[in-house]
Design a protein around this ligand. Sequence first.
Ligand SMILES: NC(=O)C1=CN([C@@H]2O[C@H](COP(=O)(O)OP(=O)(O)OC[C@H]3O[C@@H](n4cnc5c(N)ncnc54)[C@H](OP(=O)(O)O)[C@@H]3O)[C@@H](O)[C@H]2O)[C@@H](O)CC1
Ligand SMILES: [K+]
Length: 480
Amino acid sequence: MWQERSMSGVWKVAAVRDAEAALMARLPEGTLMARAAGALAARIGRLLGDTGGVYGSHVTLLVGAGDNGGDALYAGAVLAERGARVTAIEIFAGRHHVAAGEAFVAAGGRFAGRLPEHTDLVVDGIFGIGGRPGLPPAAVDLLARLAGVTTVAVDVPSGVEVDTGAVSAPAVKADVTVTFGCRKPATSVGAGAVHSGLVEFVDIGLGPYLPEPHAIIPTIEDIRRWWPRPSPYDDKYTRGVLGVCAGSYRYPGAGELAVAGALAGPAGYIRYAGTAARHVRYRFPEVVTKDRVADAGRVQAWTVGPGMGTDSVAASQLSSALDEGVPMCLDADGLTLLAAEPYLLTGRGAATVLTPHDREYARLAGRCTGDDRIGDARELAERFDCIVLLKGYRTVIVDPRGLTYLNPTGDPALATAGSGDVLAGLLGALLAGGLRADRAAIAAAFVHGLAGREAARTGPVTAWRIATTLPLVLGEMIGV
Ligand SMILES: NC(=O)C1=CN([C@@H]2O[C@H](COP(=O)(O)OP(=O)(O)OC[C@H]3O[C@@H](n4cnc5c(N)ncnc54)[C@H](OP(=O)(O)O)[C@@H]3O)[C@@H](O)[C@H]2O)[C@@H](O)CC1
Ligand SMILES: [K+]
């Protein structure tokens, strides 16, 4: 499924090692490292080019004992040949990739016991996929002294747990990570994605040897292809009708934001049911409003939960919506209701997407999210037999069979009150529009992220601004 061409996969270390062994068996020794180091040197060269050029620049390599340090040394050799002053510091005294060290010295690089006076750019070659979480004290000390210097991580930022992206101990914080062969969780999810900075992928030929990926990162082409578009034969009903049950007397804004998100989606008709009906009607004349889900009329999907409260009225609204047996996005207060009544979804035939943030996750799972966000999301998806969209800088989406997506468009600006209400509305509209539920979840997260980024370009981001930026982003980037 992931092989749809534009997607990129994410693989764990064991799969990378197997693919590497299979490929290496067909190639002369050192070929892969040469490919990796060549691309690394080229990327560093471009970065230095932006700040005065390679010639005469001061580059410091932090070099571990394994092949990751070897990559750094071979790249350092190329830079030294191009006139950079390259200094390598061993993290473990007397231990480095021997052939790479010789090439480095032959090209004019030098090993030193301490940092040079000045560094323009530091290369993290401490550990790659052979790394365990955390850094030796010597590396922590060097990195502290290099704080503020442009940092390029080789393959993964050292110290990040490669298979989960967890950062539970000191780890390198890179501006750019040049990653080889395939993407890994370390650069794609959790705090590791933050520590990776801009991730540049270098194809070294592993592709044909890799198995099904651990997770998938969709691209904008995937989202464009999936987004439902009306045909000339559609009417407002056949495009899909979404029911939105969100907001309340107390929190009418949640209803308005969820509806605003929904209106940006592909559904042809939005029905609102809830106690914020007056507010919704006033702001959106195109939406038909009722107080009760039971009176809302037929829909192809429901979004239930944002700001609806958790009292008995809210519980009965949720239960009416579930009775309709159509796909549902369950968010916010709806998740709190589910946590209190975990059997609510048992035996449900239609797809359900749960959209927790970390605190809602804790309520549902009975424990906090841990270091492995993909594992956390999978556990919840299995328990409730649902699709789970676990929000974060890299939102994780999993279906109960384990198919996993990572959203690449997250932005810190999205962490603002009401932002999730907009997402829930948009996601529901995609469900109503007939998109497969896992794709509806990732497409909504992707476009919501783009809208957050776009809104952030012109000032502080509010949920309302995310909602009003959605049509712009959909028109300009998704082509709807
Ligand atoms: N895959 C590919 O296709 C290609 C891979 N290539 C490159 O190879 C890299 C993998 O190299 P690698 O296997 O030699 O392991 P690497 O990451 O250098 O580190 C191992 C060393 O670090 C040590 N160590 C680890 N953690 C530690 C800790 N917390 N604290 C202290 N020590 C710790 C560990 O010690 P040990 O476990 O032996 O005690 C061992 O000495 C890969 O990321 C990529 O850059 C490319 O060149 C070509 C294509
Ligand atoms: K590294």
